[in-house]
Design a protein around this ligand. Structure first.
Ligand code: ZN
Length: 300
């Protein structure tokens, strides 16, 4: 019986690798030092939905100290307890972003941004480059009619509270102007807005917040948008109101309805603000819910 120690296993691996390398190959011996890479690799994850190919893109993350009122109807201690129950650091919040690309075969569609779910910066600002030019100059942009009407309404803007809401109105007027506005058309809830993609009314996070069902062949998937932010907090505690939910009671009603529907239909869900690749299923856990990631697959 060979004796397996770390030394023999590593030595064996290096020897085996050496025998298959061509003379020109560069293979650092297993014992040589290398500087730490110090940065994360960009992430893409692809899977099939019927005949469609979906690509999930890791679009970075934003970390900040946990604000006292991140959840407006729970104490900071309770939020920290939920973070720690999910093995996340306390007193810190990291928001992650996972837009998707849908290749239907006849169309290449980006959801947040090109089909827009709602008018928050992390979903719509990607339409415009830093110099104000369109990021996707030949793309057709479609937006929820209810959402567009709200943010473009001068009366609504005049009633916006100072600070964040006022800033959002200004930002949305900046993004949806000029060339971008010329390329923008609105869509209605309940309609098929692109091949196999139906807009679903999920208001509350914003007045016109929208989710999507993508159907291809016999397969269907729900694109969650911001029905919740991080599932470790808001799927686990669907009654919690995130400070950026504009109409909190309606957002909670929508959240509970969507979670129950996903469970009743055993439906695959793709989540914008869940850890990459953010694809999986919901399950009920007493009065609460849980998001279960689908296993990573090495093949499409
Ligand atoms: Zn968002």
């Amino acid at each position: 019986m060979p004796k397996f120690t770390r030394r023999t296993v590593l030595g064996g691996t290096a020897a085996a690798a050496t025998t298959v390398m061509s003379p020109g190959s560069v293979l650092a011996p297993a014992h040589s030092a290398a500087p730490p890479t110090g940065r994360q690799a960009p992430g893409f994850y692809r899977y099939k939905l019927g005949s469609y190919e979906i690509t999930v893109v890791t679009d970075g993350a934003r970390s900040f100290p946990l604000p006292d009122t991140f959840v407006t109807n729970a104490k900071k201690d309770e939020v920290n307890a939920a973070l720690q129950a999910a093995y996340l650091p306390k007193d810190a919040m990291t928001l992650v972003f996972n837009p998707i690309i849908v290749n239907t075969g006849s169309k290449l569609i980006a959801i947040d941004t090109v089909i827009i779910s709602h008018y928050h910066q992390d979903h719509a600002d990607g339409l415009v480059a830093a110099d104000g030019s369109p990021v996707f100059p030949s793309a057709e942009i479609i937006v929820p009619a209810v959402e567009h009407k709200f943010w473009m309404d001068d009366g609504e803007m005049s009633r916006a509270s100072a600070g964040r809401m006022e800033g959002l109105f200004k930002n949305n007027r900046r993004v949806f102007s000029g060339e971008i506005l010329k390329r923008t058309s609105t869509y209605e809830w309940g309609k098929e807005i692109a091949p196999g993609i139906t807009a679903v009314a999920t208001p509350g996070h914003t007045p016109g917040h929208t989710s999507f069902v993508i159907a291809s062949g016999s397969e269907r998937m729900f694109v969650f948008s911001d029905v919740t932010n991080r599932p470790e907090l808001f799927v686990r505690n669907p009654g919690w109101h995130a400070f950026f939910d504009q109409i909190p009671d309606q957002a909670e009603q929508t959240r509970r309805k969507v979670l129950d529907m996903l469970i009743a239909d055993n439906m695959l869900v793709q989540i914008f603000h869940a850890p990459f690749p953010a694809r999986g299923h919901m399950e009920k856990d007493g009065q609460s819910y849980r998001f279960v990631q689908a296993p990573w697959s090495p093949a499409i």
